[in-house]
Design a protein. Structure first.
Length: 249
């Protein structure tokens, strides 16, 4: 009869109880890093950056400039999609990644449920998500013909019938804002429209009434101002994002 062997089983280790910051579902020890590209050009990077800043969530930024050796060397390691932005919990490349702006906004809402990433009221939250999703998946004519270029001015450039339709829809959405921001306090929906507010300055698109007031409030918000200051300080010229630049002789 075969002898029965008993194995000494180790008791599973209890998960470490990590300190938690009030109102946050992320362990206090986990640092957040947002991987972004040029502040002058990268409108998708701008969105979670201004959201984190506006809602007072501490984070670090890691910038990989377009067409740079750093981008070519590191992008595959820090971005599952090969695009920016990417939010890392823990070290970029080895921590936990969330990519794509809408997913990042949702992840931040889960990590920081009391930080006003989305409005507290369920119906306002649904409307804010609708507005952000409409930006995320739409306004292609505007995005294509008027690429973000915070430091430049090209009044009148990029306008056509489809772009005018996008602008009319955005103006209607903004005109319904519960000022100062779309849903009162700065939330993810405002972050999604921040690069549109700067585009209207770059391309000389003039708005009226409350839509104009909302645009002003967005441009004057400390988070958008801080991002824009970084954009203006940049000197890199990325040809792909500069369809209206006059080539220097
Ligand atoms: N749907 C993505 C779009 C991200 C995106 O297109 N990012 C651009 C920068 S603004 C990018 O990484 N471009 C680099 C490339 O195309 O190689 C999001 O919402 O995050």
């Amino acid at each position: 009869m075969p002898s029965v062997q008993f194995q000494t089983l180790r008791r599973p280790r209890r998960p470490a109880i990590l300190p938690r910051i009030r109102g946050m579902n992320v362990p206090a020890a986990t640092s957040l890093t947002l991987v972004i590209a040029n502040k002058n050009y990268s409108s998708w990077s701008m969105r979670p950056w201004v959201l984190l800043r506006a809602r007072g969530v501490p984070f670090q930024e890691r910038m990989l400039k377009f067409e740079s050796p750093e981008w070519r060397e590191h992008i595959a390691q820090v971005s599952p999609s090969g695009l920016v932005p990417v939010l890392w919990e823990g070290d970029p490349g080895t921590g936990f990644a969330t990519w794509d702006t809408l997913a990042i906004a949702e992840r931040l809402h889960e990590l920081f449920p009391d930080r006003g990433i989305w409005p507290a009221d369920a119906r306002l939250r649904a409307q804010a998500r609708s507005a952000a999703a409409e930006m995320h998946s739409g306004f292609r004519a505007l995005r294509g013909a008027m690429p973000m270029n915070i430091r430049s001015r090209y009044p009148g450039k990029g306008m056509n019938a489809d772009v005018a339709k996008d602008i009319a829809r955005i103006s209607a959405l903004w005109a319904a804002a519960t000022l100062p921001y779309l849903f009162g306090e700065f939330c993810a929906a405002d972050a999604f429209y921040a690069p549109v507010a700067t585009r209207f300055v770059t391309y000389g698109v003039e708005l009226k009434g409350s839509a104009r007031e909302y645009q002003r409030a967005l441009l004057d918000s400390p988070a958008v101002k801080a991002w824009s200051a970084g954009a203006i300080a940049e000197t890199e010229f990325v040809a792909e994002d500069e369809p209206y630049a006059v080539p220097s002789r």
